[in-house]
Design a protein around this ligand. Structure first.
Ligand SMILES: Nc1ncnc2c1ncn2[C@@H]1O[C@H](COP(=O)(O)OP(=O)(O)OP(=O)(O)O)[C@@H](O)[C@H]1O
Ligand SMILES: [Mg+2]
Length: 320
């Protein structure tokens, strides 16, 4: 059922409130696709990673094989560490700046960058670039990319308008008015109109254009190939938040492929759980009434915490 709902989307974002089962569901979905012979890249963007924990394997910045099937299906995992991404981003920017600027300006450039590192938007910009990179890798080498996203509003901001996020070069150009010291640097990069463009100017523009193109491609992918899978619980608070998120996705034009209602209580395992199930039913009905056109998939509460490939597989079987 969930597989039908996501069919045709090559980029999937699995999101929802903290602890509702995003990592479990994205892994189970990946596993179900793998069992059907698909090549899946599973990417965690959550700083508190639990992909490695769930799969009982060390997962890092490079794709790690999590499982494979005899017919060529596979699932590779990546954990993106936002802190490392930001560090690496700024190191690369610094290197590029040093290449483009005369040596006497390296000091002021470095100081400017240190300031920019903590400026609002810098973190998002670096993460967006890494997500764009992972998406490109996924579309090139895999059939499907699944993002296990952070619980905050962060992912949504990223999904919203990639083109709104500035890259470092634009930040530099903008900071001209603010930074006396840096305007000297900029003068050397961006010459006055009457002067012919220098090599440095051309290099800066090339970098700018490359990054713009990458963000533009990501934006196109988000609009054309991507879909969101919302994970929730049949409880009032998570449901209220999920409805809000669903409306938000609608506003920003991101397809909501399905809502997974996780950890549904069994109706035949004692009075307490039966009563809980009745309360959950009310929530589920409400959700279905509001999101009438969105498929909903229910996952039962399992006895234990799914872990290892067997645990993921057990959950995946429930998605069929
Ligand atoms: N269907 C289920 N039955 C039983 N336990 C489940 C089920 N789904 C998830 N869990 C358990 O619920 C807990 C939270 O799941 P998971 O880590 O997937 O959530 P998450 O949304 O990724 O959390 P976070 O926001 O912290 O990243 C885990 O202990 C997991 O083992
Ligand atoms: Mg998680």
């Amino acid at each position: 059922m969930l597989l039908n709902a996501v069919a045709g989307h090559r980029v999937l974002f699995v999101g929802g409130k903290g602890g509702v089962g995003k990592t479990s569901v994205s892994s189970a979905l990946g596993h179900a696709l793998m069992r059907r012979g698909r090549r899946v890249l599973l990417v965690s963007t959550d700083p508190a990673h639990n992909l490695g924990h769930l799969w009982e394997r060390k997962v890092g910045d490079d794709p790690t094989r999590l499982a494979s099937s005899p017919d060529g299906g596979l699932i590779d995992g990546v954990e993106i560490d936002p802190k490392t991404v930001v560090e690496r981003h700024f190191d690369a920017v610094l290197l590029q700046m040093e290449r483009m600027l005369p040596e006497r300006l390296h000091g002021p450039a470095k100081r400017h960058l240190e300031g920019a590192r903590h400026a609002p938007g810098s973190h998002e910009s670096a993460m967006l670039e890494r997500i764009a990179e992972a998406t490109e890798l996924g579309l090139r080498d895999y059939d499907v990319v699944i993002f296990d996203t952070a619980p905050s509003g962060h992912t949504l901001r990223l999904l919203m308008l990639p083109e709104q996020l500035t890259d470092w070069a634009e930040t530099l150009l903008r900071s001209r008015a603010r930074s006396e010291q840096f305007s000297a640097v900029l003068e050397s990069i961006v010459p006055h109109k009457e002067q012919p463009p220098t090599d440095r100017d051309a290099a800066l523009r090339r970098t700018l254009i490359r990054r713009r193109e990458r963000f533009a491609r990501l934006r196109d992918v988000l609009h054309d190939d991507a879909a969101f899978v919302l994970v929730t619980l049949a409880e009032p608070m998570p449901m209220a938040e999920s409805l809000e998120l669903a409306l938000h996705l609608d506003e920003i034009g991101v397809t909501l492929a399905a809502v997974v209602i996780n950890r549904r209580s069994p109706g035949d395992a004692g009075e307490v759980l039966a009563e809980r199930r009745r309360l959950e039913d009310v929530q589920v009905e409400r959700l279905r009434a509001v999101l009438a056109s969105v498929p909903t998939v229910e996952l039962p509460l399992l006895r234990g915490h799914p872990s290892g490939e067997a645990g993921v597989d057990a959950l995946a079987q429930q998605l069929d």
